[in-house]
Design a protein around this ligand. Structure first.
Ligand code: B1M
Length: 207
């Protein structure tokens, strides 16, 4: 019943209200997983669908993600054992030479909203930064974002270094100038046209 209110609050970007709603729902003894999956994650799934259908735009998607994050912060410290077990680790960053991070942040928030641990290595990230993080965390899926035609080759360079290191990591690429054809050409495993697609690919690769 109140889980529906949590779901609605994400879709209505009620960042202040969601904290109280989540706290109240926790206090009634509702299973945390239920609040998470039916309320917060369920709402982000819906946000992805609305965005793909052209009924919601980037600024709204960002607001929904911020709202979801505020609710998530209330639940995170209470999760224990199996409940706290992450669905998997996803590393994301904007490639070397590129300072655009809005799309990358959106992907990171949406993937986190889908229940994965996200490690954001930031922007202007050298291939070695991705490599080190993969080795350190054992992540099996990473995401590369590029917004400039001049930084797209850094995606290829990053993928090449990952393969040369013998790592079997799945690589998703995305960003305005990137196309499916380009993704295939540079040996990426997936192409995300937008943040919801990035989430779908992460789910697929971590299934
Ligand atoms: Co720059 N910029 N910019 N810029 N900038 C563009 C990209 C540009 C298209 C503007 C233009 O000329 N029309 C152009 C690129 C031209 C080209 O290469 N083809 C450009 C340029 C030239 C530059 C500079 C070189 C300008 C200069 O200094 N002369 C310079 C480069 C700096 C650098 O990176 N080294 C520069 C700088 C900047 C700012 C710093 C001022 C600022 C960035 C601030 C920031 O990100 N914190 C900026 C901005 C804001 C833009 C525009 C206006 C907006 C980009 C954006 O955030 N879009 C952009 C023009 C435009 O796109 N209309 C432009 C919103 C965002 C949500 O979309 O990132 O595409 P996007 O993400 C989408 C999808 O692409 C996808 O999901 C998101 C939606 O769901 N996606 C992924 C993205 N990453 C993904 C990863 C995935 C999956 C999906 O899987 C891992």
């Amino acid at each position: 019943m109140s889980i529906q209110k949590i779901f609605d609050a994400v879709l209505e970007f009620e960042e202040d209200a969601i904290v109280e709603l989540v706290k109240a729902e926790i206090a009634t003894g509702t299973d945390l997983k239920e609040i998470l999956e039916q309320g917060l994650i369920g709402a982000m799934d819906e946000v992805g669908k609305l965005f793909s259908a052209g009924e919601l735009y980037v600024p709204e998607m960002l607001m929904a993600a911020e709202t979801m994050k505020a609710g998530l912060e209330e639940i995170k410290p209470l999760l224990k054992g199996d409940e706290a077990k992450s669905k998997g680790i996803f590393i994301i960053g904007t490639v070397k030479g590129d300072l655009h991070d809005i799309g990358k942040n959106l992907c990171a928030m949406m993937v986190e909203g889908a229940g994965y641990d996200v490690i954001d290595v930031g922007m202007d990230s050298e291939p070695e930064v991705f490599l080190e993080k993969i080795k350190e965390t054992g992540a099996t899926v990473i995401g590369l974002s590029a917004l400039l035609t001049t930084t797209m080759p850094a995606m290829e360079e990053t993928i090449k270094k990952i393969r040369e290191a013998g790592l079997d990591t799945k690589v998703i690429v995305g960003g305005a100038p990137v196309s499916r054809e380009y993704a295939e050409k540079i040996g990426a495993d997936g192409y995300g046209i937008d943040a919801p697609t990035c989430v779908e690919l992460v789910k697929q690769f971590m299934a």
